[in-house]
Design a protein around this ligand. Structure first.
Ligand code: ZN
Ligand code: ZN
Ligand code: ZN
Ligand code: ZN
Length: 157
């Protein structure tokens, strides 16, 4: 008693036998045999386990699963990843966010002294970059439009 023999693709590349519990490849729907990649309850042929976007070999490159799609790490980051506002690289692991931007912890440093901000310390946004408390005192560049305090523009001419 064979259960299902109604597939139009009749490439019988393999032997007989293996009657019970045939596993089908999630991608091509063919029966999986030989080397199989298993992800939770899903099985793939090794050759079928490729990135949905770029078709690279996921078994080798590592992968992410998103809405049932399997994509490689690079594509996942490109599509869904978080970018560091400083180095423009993708952030995996810890993320520091400030002012609606995201940074690598190592990239979230004072733009002047390049030291990391102390945790819990205040950060001054100069309009373009973040500077630490120490350096904020040195921000006296005349073209830096951060001095909103002091409405002393009445007698200017
Ligand atoms: Zn397959
Ligand atoms: Zn890819
Ligand atoms: Zn970075
Ligand atoms: Zn600094």
């Amino acid at each position: 008693m064979s259960s299902s023999g109604t597939h139009q693709q009749g490439t019988a590349a393999g032997g007989r036998g293996a009657s019970s519990g045939s596993i089908r490849c999630q991608r091509c729907r063919e029966v999986c045999k030989g080397e199989v990649v298993r992800v939770q309850d899903t099985h793939f042929h090794v050759k079928c386990f490729t990135c949905t976007v770029c078709n690279c070999d996921l078994a080798r490159s590592g992968f992410f699963q998103k809405r049932g799609e399997y994509v490689c790490t690079a594509d996942y980051q490109r599509l869904y990843g978080t970018r560091c506002d400083r180095c423009d690289g993708f952030i995996t692991g810890e993320v520091v966010s400030a002012l609606g931007r995201t940074y690598h912890p190592r990239c979230f440093v004072c733009s002047l002294c390049r030291k990391p901000f102390p945790i819990g310390d205040r950060v001054t946004f100069s309009g373009k970059d973040c500077v630490c408390q120490q350096c904020s005192h040195t921000l006296v560049k005349p073209n830096e439009p951060i001095r909103i305090h002091g409405p002393s523009r009445k007698s200017h001419l």
